[in-house]
Design a protein around this ligand. Structure first.
Ligand code: NAD
Length: 258
């Protein structure tokens, strides 16, 4: 039985009701976990309001502003976890960013600034959050991050994010090797294309979805809730022997050669 009763879970990356992080939050909440969520603050407080409305049904114990480029906010988020719960069991890292210039046109045209910013937000943030989560996961734990097949194969326009995801997937392996002795597991889910705020920035996302609908063995793409189910499994004791892996939740698309 998939049971997360009594587990404390911090979920990052909810922007709106289409977010993959929201699909994950709903499924791990359904499995019995206590939830804390973060949001990306902006000057007018629009994201905060949006996320607050979306997460109302799960009534999170923690609601923290966390821009991963802001070290004091990251620190404060994990301090809130330590102040609220006696331990952390689950961390969901479900965020990424690339400027428009990194998601279209020639890959060689990407600027130094866009490259650094994307890798800092999308890749470095995983190791940085794992650093803060590690001492709080006193009974072991599970960390799950989100990646895409564009991190291992060339997908038109995915460009800079492909490099960020390649780094993210390798970070998962190095972190798994480090954290295993603390009984902390870390895995990535490689999701099929889903229409979200972030994916709409990738040139031709609808073409990608239509391509997957034609080519993938299941003749469709996946939903946020299907990704959420896989995340709940990876966070549960049913996955106690699995770490350092990339699990494809993509309707089988990745296996196809032609
Ligand atoms: P989304 O726009 O709903 O989520 C992206 C999140 O990243 C947002 O909540 C945003 O606030 C957050 N974010 C951006 N910059 C940040 C920063 N500086 N600090 C903190 N948070 C920041 O889109 P999504 O598609 O649900 O993306 C979630 C994850 O899933 C990403 O890692 C994405 O690459 C990955 N993914 C998406 C797809 C897809 O097709 N949608 C497929 C595979 C993997």
């Amino acid at each position: 039985m998939l049971d997360l009763t009594g587990k404390n879970a911090l979920v990052t990356g909810i922007a709106n009701s289409r977010s993959i992080a929201w699909g994950i939050a709903q499924q791990i909440h359904k499995a019995g976990a206590n939830l804390g969520v973060t949001f990306l603050p902006d000057e007018k407080g629009r994201f905060e309001k949006k996320v607050r409305d979306v997460v109302k049904p799960i009534n999170p114990a923690i609601f923290a502003a966390c821009d991963v480029q802001n070290e004091s906010q990251v620190k404060a988020t994990f301090q809130a976890v330590a102040d609220t719960w006696d331990k952390l069991d689950i961390l969901i890292h479900c965020l990424a960013f690339a400027d428009k210039e990194g998601l279209t046109g020639d890959f060689s045209g990407v600027s130094r600034e866009a490259f650094s910013k994307s890798l800092e937000i999308s890749t470095f943030s995983l190791a940085n959050m794992a650093k803060y989560a590690k001492p709080l996961m006193i009974d072991g734990g599970s960390i799950v991050t989100l990646t895409y097949v564009g991190g291992v194969k060339v997908i038109p326009n995915y460009n800079l994010m492909g490099v960020a995801k390649a780094g993210l997937e390798m970070s998962v392996r190095y972190l798994a090797s480090e954290l295993g002795s603390n009984n902390i597991r870390i895995n990535a889910i490689s999701a099929g294309p889903i229409r979200t705020l972030a994916s709409s920035a990738v040139g031709g996302i609808l073409d990608m979805i239509h391509h997957v609908e034609k080519v993938a063995p299941l003749k469709r793409t996946v939903t946020q809730l299907e990704v959420g189910n896989a995340a709940a499994f990876l966070c549960s004791d049913l996955a106690s022997g699995i770490t350092g892996q990339v699990l494809y939740v993509d309707a089988g698309y990745e296996i196809m050669g032609m």
